[in-house]
Design a protein around this ligand. Structure first.
Ligand code: ATP
Ligand code: MG
Ligand code: MG
Length: 356
């Protein structure tokens, strides 16, 4: 079969490679770390930096299409590839989602609400922006943050001056968001095909622990209309970007059921791992179908489920977990567990009532 190129070799790349293999494709990954999760399942690995010109040329030459498994692929590298081979999702999706400011401007521009925000480029701006938000807010680096890293929460203006905060955050462009008191967090995995068809999975309800996704539960405890609005917002985002592939979009649900988008990721998403256990077509297969030009699959869910991440030493639960019926365990093949490191996940299925 033909080869699908994947930039990045982490667990998401690994699970994409597994789905691709099942549909008969070969997979080549570009990943500087030789001993990466995806290396164990890919047919071929180019061990080089993501922006290495020779490596990009090689990946383009052996691939029918190139995709990626993380949102911080350098846009220039994606464009270098795109000059030689289709790159999906389109590099524009990377541009938008790599910068929290650009992302929120894009979302607001297509009529989707977010937390209020202000760009911050120094301590004095922080003081006045916090004042404008009534004394509370979440300060984030505009770029490169994940798992809650590069964030600082201010409540009721905390005492003291803001001297040094900008430095302490790395003296990089920042964004201050209003501190949202949400009722819950949900996310929606969506996919769009090259011919413009869109599918979305049911929203998952997410709980974080130490800034890292801990548990996703489906169905989420939200009304059908809130679920529909979230899924419709994802469809709008996909259309506006001329997107092809899977996207993950995180939302805050407010007391009145209204929604704000927190952020989006132009890739398969941790909060969509439940789909491999509770749906016939997982988010990973859905992504491979989309970028390979196959028809999208049905997103129906046959079971209720709870997905839990195995972080650090949690992975020691493997022997016990495999004794449980209706639990699908998925480990990423990482040699050492470290605190905060995602080692795997499991999904516990329960019967779906005839009427939800
Ligand atoms: P991810 O690992 O999902 O990419 P991230 O590092 O990009 O995470 P965010 O998703 O922006 O970070 O924030 C992490 C969590 O912090 C959110 O899921 C939410 O619980 C909380 N949070 C973020 N922004 C806000 C906000 N403006 N108001 C209240 N809580 C927030
Ligand atoms: Mg993020
Ligand atoms: Mg997030």
């Amino acid at each position: 079969g033909s080869t699908i190129g994947i930039v990045g070799g982490g667990q998401l790349g690994r699970m994409l490679a597994m789905a691709a293999a099942r549909l008969g494709y070969r997979v080549a990954i570009l990943e500087p770390q030789a001993d990466c999760p995806a290396a164990q399942v890919a047919n071929r690995q180019i061990v080089a930096a993501y922006d290495d010109p020779a490596a990009l040329a090689e990946l383009a030459s052996i691939s029918a299409v190139v995709t990626y498994e993380f949102e911080n692929v350098p846009v220039e590298a994606a464009e270098t590839l795109a000059a030689r081979v289709p790159v999906l999702p389109p590099p524009r999706a990377l541009e938008v989602s790599q910068d929290r400011l650009v992302e929120k401007q894009f979302l607001n521009g297509i009529g989707i609400d977010t937390a209020p925000f202000l760009a911050i480029d120094g301590d004095s701006e922080l003081a006045s922006a916090l004042q404008a938000f009534g004394g509370s807010g979440v300060l984030k680096t505009r770029r490169m943050g994940y798992d809650g890293k590069g964030q600082r929460v201010f409540r009721n203006m905390e005492t003291g001056s803001y001297a040094g905060v900008f430095e302490a955050m790395g003296a990089v462009p920042l964004i201050l968001e209003g501190l949202i008191s949400f009722e819950r967090e949900i996310s929606v995995i969506g996919a769009r095909s090259a011919d413009g068809k869109v599918v979305t999975y049911e929203p998952a309800q997410n709980v974080h622990r130490d800034g890292i996704l801990h548990i996703s539960t489906v169905p989420a405890a939200i009304s059908p209309s809130t679920a529909d609005i979230a899924r419709q917002a994802v469809a709008s985002i996909l259309g506006a970007l001329g997107y092809v592939g899977v996207i993950g979009v995180e939302f805050f649900v407010l007391d009145d059921g209204s929604l704000l988008v927190n952020e989006m990721a132009p890739r398969v998403h941790n909060s969509g791992h439940w789909t491999e256990a509770a749906c016939a077509i997982s988010q990973f297969e859905q992504h491979i179908r989309a970028v390979a030009g196959l028809a999208l699959g049905d997103t129906r869910r046959h079971s209720n489920c709870v997905m839990e991440n195995l972080i650090g030493g949690d992975v020691d639960r493997l022997p016990e977990l495999v004794t449980e019926p209706d639990v699908l365990v998925h480990l990423y093949g990482k040699a050492e567990s470290r605190p905060g490191r995602k080692m795997g996940h499991f999904t516990r299925l329960t019967a779906r009532p005839a009427v939800d």
